[in-house]
Design a binder for this molecule. Sequence first.
Ligand code: ZN
Length: 276
Amino acid sequence: MKLLKRMPMISWMIIPMIGVWIATNYLIGTLRQPNWSVNGANAQISQAKLPPLPPINYQNTGLVTFWFDDAYLTQYTSAFPKLQEKGFVAAEAVPIKAVGTNNYMNWMQLKKLQVNGWEITSHTRTHDCEPSKLNAEGLKSELLGAKQDLESQGLRADSFVTPCGIGSEAELEEAKKVYSSLRTTDDGLNSIPVEDPYHLKTHEVRVDTSLDEIQEWVSEAKDKHGWLILMFHKVDDSGEKFSVSPDNFSKILDMVDGSSLPVVLPTPVIEIKGQQ
Ligand SMILES: [Zn+2]
């Protein structure tokens, strides 16, 4: 009888124990994030003004950019090592509010990407998909504020990516004041030199995008000497609409590698000038 009376007490103790277990695992998991380096070099970056990205020695070819949206953690854990193996760099569009939250990268991971040659780009503070509802102050916070937030972390923020691909005239005007380029989600290939740096087009890779389709985009970039921006969200096996499997991602990298097209960062492409 005594034991039976104690049973509820024991079951109550299980709940805090699970809590401690989750917290411990979280801490161990955090510490085990793939070899990020918290060192002096990183600390200095946030103080010093960043040098401009190296210019492209443009040879009249097509160009390819891998551009990741929203700072999903799987971009860091899955895509980044695969890109590194190939010697490729990429661009990352960061919504400030997501940083450090569950399933998104933290500041250290974003810094690690930058240290490894990636271009960090701005994706507003709150990822508001209705910029037309923002007043002037709100727009300023989303665009200029996000740039300041990134720069205060020692990260680059020269280019802007419109959340959900839905822009407004006022947002475009604000972007022109703050950034040197703006990427939309409009489908297409960009000309080189870039015709309108505030209307960069992209091809989005989703779970249902076939490898044949991507091969067509790569071939078109090669034939037309255009700039192909491949946009990605999650890199995992979730099968979600806005995901690509790590396996397919590897195949896309092989495809781009096989095309011999240079893999480049956005801002240096914007700076390519026409033939004199
Ligand atoms: Zn987004």
